[in-house]
Design a protein around this ligand. Structure first.
Ligand SMILES: [Zn+2]
Length: 455
């Protein structure tokens, strides 16, 4: 058995049922799971590894509920800077179609490095196109090296332009190949035990890039294996119009027709959802990945995050793909969720109450764990995985904000974390990622990105 003692945190935010915040707090972990939480004075005096976090804020590790790691290769592409979702996709699909296994490996590491430094300890990634020799296996192996927990998706696109879909035929796959590979990946990598480092999610891309048949087949496959289901839904008005024109159904109605409502399902974005649909999602336990940067960047709209919270819809934060953000900074994203909800509360928008900073923090921790169905994550409590981050409060950004450092983390400028531990293992130490060398990684990533655009 190996033990880890964290002590002397200025404040330890538990995110437990009472939302306890412990001054001079700490925790004890054994073999990656928390066995004690409380004031440092009440914890054992020593352990195999002791981390003194005096003057640091300690929080549960953040959980990212929606991303496309590969898009780190196509940040700020000139032709895709100033358009909405459909035109943005049409510009980028042909570039993404050139990716290989090496692009998947390197972009996974870059995205996870940025996520880790910004406080993320568990990430979901929506990979839905597999051009050339790319496979989900390359992403799973690369994530293992960085050391974050990964919910990897075997996504899919099956409805090419010639059949009325949005993507070019060159990036869609046959439904037989999609389902066979999805089953193979679940059987090879999916680990459902507490503390799991790898889950495999079944994730057709969106209503305008897959057929209704593959949606239904995917739901059946996921449920037969105890996996979860994810897709983009109600992201833009264009998508709503596509669903009504093609299927005579609003996006949520279409999902209901296709067995895609349930507590094993979460949707990305969910901007264009009406009050009745929010009620049905809450009743079903269907979750939302809220991606404020992307929704602003592509002028998609404002997701009704406060309504989801009020209705009891599970809601977490997602940075979304790095071609529509164009970053993977999870703390920054939680801050934007806070600010966008306040824009929504303006008198010329929806009005209503202002979202508190602690609620945004809750979305990034407990909320994300609920969305990903991870009862072992999202809070610092006995029995949970020892996934925590620490931020040094003696920094310029928090000068003058020490009366409430918890709120300051969201209200002040977003910073990178100083420490991050996943299952009791260090990933970030004294501000540096310790699981990969960033210089050569960034150089290789830039070379691959340049090649993609040059072709
Ligand atoms: Zn997305």
């Amino acid at each position: 058995m190996s033990t880890l003692l964290v002590k002397n945190a200025a404040v330890l935010v538990t995110m437990d049922a009472e939302r306890s915040e412990i001054a001079a707090g700490g925790l004890l972990a054994e073999d990656g799971f928390i066995t004690r939480v409380g004031p440092s004075a009440e914890l054992p005096g020593t352990a195999d590894e002791v981390v003194d976090l005096a003057d640091h804020l300690v929080l549960p590790g953040f959980i990212n509920t929606h991303h496309h790691f590969y898009q780190t290769l196509t940040r700020a592409v000139p032709g895709a800077q100033d358009s909405g979702l459909f035109e943005w996709l049409r510009t980028l699909y042909p570039i993404w179609a050139r990716m290989t296994a090496e692009h998947i490996e390197v972009s996974t590491k870059v995205a996870l490095a940025e996520l880790a430094r910004s406080g993320c300890t568990t990430a979901f990634d929506h990979l839905y196109l597999f051009p050339n020799d790319s496979r989900l296996d390359d992403e799973i192996v690369a994530a293992g090296e960085i050391g974050l927990r990964l919910h990897a998706s075997r996504g899919s696109m099956s409805l090419g332009a010639s059949a009325g879909g949005l993507p070019p035929d060159s990036v869609v796959e046959s439904e037989e190949a999609i389902l066979a590979d999805t089953a193979r990946l679940i059987e090879t990598y999916d680990d459902a035990t507490p503390g799991s480092m790898t889950r495999v999610v079944v994730a057709p891309c969106s209503p305008f890039s897959v057929t209704p048949e593959i949606m239904k087949e995917s739901a059946a496959l996921a449920r037969a294996h105890g996996s979860t289901l994810h897709t983009h839904l109600a992201e833009t008005m264009d998508e709503e119009e596509f669903c009504i024109a093609t299927y005579g159904r609003r996006p949520v109605e279409l999902m209901e027709d296709l067995d895609w409502m349930g507590d094993d399902v979460w949707f990305a974005h969910s901007v264009f959802i009406n009050d009745a649909e929010i009620g049905r999602m809450a009743a079903a336990g269907t979750g939302v990945a809220h991606c404020p940067s992307s929704n602003m960047r592509l002028a998609s709209g404002i997701a009704p995050a406060r309504k989801y919270l009020a209705a009891g819809v599970p809601i977490g934060i997602g940075v979304d793909g790095s071609a529509s953000n164009d970053g993977s900074h999870l703390l920054g994203e939680a801050r934007l969720a806070l600010l966008l909800a306040r824009v929504d509360a303006a008198p010329n928008q929806s009005g209503g109450e202002l979202l508190p900073a602690r609620t945004a923090l809750e979305m990034a921790t407990r909320g994300g764990a609920a969305v990903l169905r991870r009862p072992d994550l999202g809070s610092l409590e006995v029995g949970k995985a020892a996934d925590f981050i620490a931020i040094d409060l003696n920094r310029l950004e928090y000068a003058g904000a020490r009366h409430d450092p918890v709120a300051a983390v969201l209200l002040a400028a977003p910073v990178n974390v100083d420490y991050s531990y996943v299952g009791g293992r260090p990933v970030v130490v004294a501000g540096d990622l310790v699981t990969a060398e960033l210089g050569p990684l960034i150089e290789r990533h830039n070379r691959l990105a340049a090649d993609l655009l040059d072709d």
